[in-house]
Design a protein around this ligand. Structure first.
Ligand code: DGT
Ligand code: CA
Ligand code: CA
Length: 569
């Protein structure tokens, strides 16, 4: 599967075109292409071999030719030429949030800055001061941006980890010598971000597994290679650890390497209290092997009910497992609809009918089409006249759809003072209104908190979308008093969103758990901008499970009539 390689090339092309001041539509086309390819669940090779590339939203003639060229030759000629037309290293600087093409060019021309290291050195030596257009505030923002970028590079998003892990688990799992294979570590715990990927295999022929593992196509370097374990670095600089164990120790190894570290430590202490020893090989009593084949039997031996990997953080789950009182966690099957999606009416790639069709194939019984509101011009916000047409289109579609309903929605902008973009008379026409902040992230904590609280108090706002505004690798959460907001959300019957878009996952797991404690309802929305994003729901479910949520805590597990009743203020 070469989806990620191609998507990253398209992103670079977009950036280079941006530096060169090319047409914005052309730039957007590459960005959109990249985004849609990243969202695919099938391999791009499969699309190509079946001549279906143009079925991918945002992939037209030009982009599909480039994909074919890459798959056939391993390169894209026009991309390589494009890369030569700008100074080397400039692209890296542009990855810093807040540094645009103009600043990057200025830095290169005045100070010969070609890398993030050059830039950091220049800032340390105070060389940026006095350059036209660069203020103290700009330097401060650049430093913040470098920090966000570096943290983003240390850990990948859960979505990236899932895709990359698949590139290893699928081919290894296909070997006849492999009896069982699983991911472990933070990926199995479904953490929002993952440091390195851990893979565990049962086999009697570890050598064969090791040999195959270190030679898989995505591998760039071998970091370590032994008889039963190896570590490699992938072409996109991700570390993968693979271990082979015997069947009788599989459960013990899976438990150990799933972690978390704190969870393991607590478990070991519990074992000691029972006169047992636990390690990655099994549970022992005075050196005598008691069990180790499955996690279930180990938990049982320790007097615990089974603890789902998402809960293994030593934050109270072990005590509850001892008392047999663990919460029943939500799963993807519980979801009946998506409450945050965009269509071609605003900045989406797919029509309402296409979104509804795909939602049906996912087993949903409804989808809310929540396009942007009027003031968000950059994202194609809808005017009042557009809204009327969109509403009619949905009504018409609903008459032809069986056992499925399209909800007429909006993602309305919360302005800098907390006012809602549309008037009440317009708002009350919607089935569902989600409100979000898209501008003015740098306001004070008080201002930002007040804005969201005011939105919660609006009679027509049902959900606050991506409440903290975090974008992994691009932007930190803005500064809000979430505790205060959650209290108001509870009092005003406003749901808080878990935005399932891969680099958002906001609210996060801790926030969800607190929201649940305060009796606040949650909603999971994918923020899909095309049909290929709708499957992102699974990422929102990961957050919800890590946040201890049950189906009853999440409003889009409800049938549509109950949902509409529940959200009413
Ligand atoms: P990551 O990779 O930073 O996202 O987080 P993890 O949890 O995947 O951590 P990693 O890859 O260093 O180790 C995988 C698991 O192995 C970890 O969750 C628990 C176990 N483990 C690693 N080091 C230790 C340790 O020093 N003590 C104990 N008890 N367990 C450890
Ligand atoms: Ca790991
Ligand atoms: Ca590891």
């Amino acid at each position: 599967m070469r989806n990620l390689e191609i998507a990253s090339i398209f992103r670079e092309i977009a950036t280079i075109l941006d530096i060169k001041g090319e047409n914005v539509f052309k730039i957007r086309a590459y960005e959109r292409g990249a985004q849609n390819i990243e969202g695919l669940s099938e391999s791009i090779e499969k699309y190509a071999s079946e001549e279906r590339l143009r079925e991918i939203p945002g992939i037209g003639h030009d982009l599909s030719e480039k994909i074919k060229e890459y798959l056939a030759t391993g390169r894209i000629k026009s991309y390589e030429e494009l890369k030569k037309s700008i100074p080397e290293g400039l692209l890296d600087i542009l990855n810093i949030p807040s540094v645009g093409p103009k600043t990057a060019k200025l830095l290169y021309e005045k100070l010969k800055i070609k890398s993030i290291e050059d830039l950091e050195a220049a800032i340390r030596k105070n060389k940026l001061a006095g350059i036209f257009g660069i203020k103290d505030k700009t330097v401060e923002n650049i430093l913040k941006g470098i920090d966000v970028l570096k943290r983003g590079r240390e850990r990948m998003t859960l979505a990236q980890a899932m895709l990359i892990a698949d590139e290893f688990v699928k081919p290894l799992g296909g070997l006849s010598e492999v009896k069982k294979i699983s991911v472990a570590g933070s990926l199995r715990r479904q953490k929002e971000t993952v440091g390195d990927i851990d893979i565990l295999v049962i086999s009697d022929k570890p050598k064969k597994i090791m040999d195959t593992f270190v030679k898989l196509p995505l591998v760039k370097d071998i970091l370590a290679e032994g008889d039963t374990k190896a570590s490699v670095r992938t072409k996109n600089d991700i570390q993968i650890d693979c271990r082979v164990v015997e069947q009788k120790s599989y459960g013990a190894a899976l438990l150990y390497f799933t972690g978390s570290k704190n969870f393991n430590i607590k478990l070991r202490q519990m074992a000691i209290k029972r006169g047992l020893k636990i390690n990655e090989y099994g549970v022992f009593e005075n050196e005598k092997f008691i069990c180790g084949k499955t996690e279930e039997e180990i938990f049982k031996q320790l007097g615990l009910s089974y603890i789902e990997p998402e809960l293994r953080e030593d934050s109270g789950e072990i005590e509850l497992a001892e008392a047999g009182k663990l919460p029943h966690l939500i799963s993807l099957n519980d979801i009946r609809g998506d409450l945050h999606t965009h269509s071609t009416w605003s900045d989406g790639e797919s029509s309402i009918a296409e979104m509804a069709e795909t939602a049906k194939t996912l087993g949903y019984s409804y989808i809310a089409i929540t396009d942007h509101s009027e003031s968000l011009k950059i994202a194609g916000g809808l005017t009042i006249a557009d809204l009327k047409k969109k509403k009619r289109e949905i009504e018409k579609l609903n008459t032809s759809l069986k056992n499925f309903r399209v909800l007429y929605g909006t993602e309305v902008d919360i302005d800098s003072k907390g006012n809602i973009d549309y008037k009440d008379a317009v708002l009350k026409e919607f089935d569902i209104v989600i409100a979000a902040i898209h501008t003015g992230f740098k306001q004070s904590r008080e201002q930002l908190t007040k804005r969201i609280i005011k939105a919660c108090q609006n009679k027509y706002v049902h959900i606050i979308a991506h409440p903290t505004g975090k974008l992994w690798g691009e932007r930190d959460a803005y500064d809000i008093d979430l505790e205060e907001i959650l209290k108001v959300a509870h009092d005003t019957n406003t749901a808080m969103e878990i935005n399932a878009f891969p680099n958002r996952l906001d609210l996060n797991d801790h926030h969800c758990r607190r929201a649940k404690e305060l009796g606040v309802k949650l909603s999971i929305g994918t923020d899909s901008h095309s049909i290929t994003h709708l499957e992102g729901m699974k990422l929102g479910i990961s957050v919800a499970r890590r946040g201890w949520l049950a189906p009853s805590d999440v409003i889009n597990t409800l049938p549509v009539e109950e949902l509409l009743k529940t959200i009413k203020k």
